[in-house]
Write a protein that binds this ligand. Structure first.
Ligand SMILES: Cc1cc2nc3c(=O)[nH]c(=O)nc-3n(C[C@H](O)[C@H](O)[C@H](O)COP(=O)(O)O)c2cc1C
Length: 264
């Protein structure tokens, strides 16, 4: 079994590690130009963004080819999973493959414009993550065929949001999770930056240039708003306009080094 994953703050990596198999980081596959995968079972584990698949993971899936008996996807999310199964199915239809199983696991929501990470972590126990994870693992082990059932309204709302994705957005839109081009204009760095470069190491798209001498960083325009840089900055110098506060998050089962290794 091969388990492909993307993670910014460790939730999806924790799930991918627990599901097991040969773990393959999507950013590494993209950097190596590896898009063809063969195995009996292949899985994709990723964080949900804006009710669907993050644009970066979607781009990977559009190019990927899977030669397998059983293709599964598990998304991690915080509050509401929108129409992620529809989004995955649309991508797969277009690319010419199909998923046997699509499920989700509710975890800590790492979306700092809306949530206080301290409060989110306090809510973690109620989400019974390990119980849901065991159920998903058992489904995958037994090659269960199953899809998340999403309503007509969920799907229509997602289509509506997706159409607005690439237009300039206001602060209000930022708050309602509608991200698109220009996100780098909303992220700013304060003067506590030491130029240590952790942000550049966790950035999956190599979007950050580090000026160690002048203790500052510069962001290019490839950001797809995973927030890894914000969450892992050791001096908490990276912010997004409109964030609730400066609290940050990393999954308690995961070390920063694992995220650096996955995304560098
Ligand atoms: C830009 C962005 C958008 C998000 N959108 C949603 C969303 O629409 N619904 C939701 O429940 N969680 C949303 N989240 C929360 C993440 O899906 C969730 O915290 C995920 O488990 C993070 O996984 P990771 O730790 O592997 O990066 C969003 C997070 C980010 C950064």
């Amino acid at each position: 079994m091969k388990t492909l994953y993307f993670t910014a703050t460790g939730n999806s990596l924790h799930i991918a590690k627990s599901i097991g198999g040969e773990l393959l980081s999507i950013p590494q596959m993209v950097k190596e130009g590896a898009y063809e995968f063969t195995d009996e079972k292949i899985g994709i584990v990723f964080p949900l963004h804006a009710w669907g698949v993050p644009s970066y993971v979607a781009d990977f899936l559009k190019r990927a080819r899977f030669d397998c008996e059983y293709l599964f996807a598990v998304t991690t999310y915080g509050v509401y999973s929108g129409a992620v199964a529809k989004h995955l199915t649309d991508i797969a239809d277009e690319a010419g493959y199909s998923f046997s199983y699509i499920n989700r696991i509710k975890m800590v929501d790492n979306y700092v414009p809306t949530f206080d990470m301290k409060k989110e972590v306090e809510k973690e126990a109620k989400k019974e993550i390990e119980k849901h994870l065991e159920a998903v693992k058992s489904d995958i082990e037994t090659s269960k065929k199953w899809m998340l059932n999403e309503s007509f309204i969920q799907k229509k709302a997602f289509d509506f949001m997706s159409r607005r994705e690439n237009k300039p957005f206001s602060k209000k839109r930022l708050k309602v999770h509608v991200y698109g081009e220009g996100i780098e204009n909303y992220i700013y760095v304060d003067d506590t930056c030491t130029g240590c470069g952790v942000c550049a190491s966790v950035c999956p798209v190599d979007n950050i240039e580090v000026d160690k001498d002048n203790r500052k960083i510069a962001l290019n325009d490839k950001c797809f708003s995973c927030f890894a840089c914000l969450h892992h900055c050791p001096s908490n110098a990276i912010h997004i306009k409109g964030e609730v506060n400066g609290n940050r998050y990393i999954n308690r089962h995961i070390e920063l080094k694992e995220i650096i290794d996955a995304n560098k």
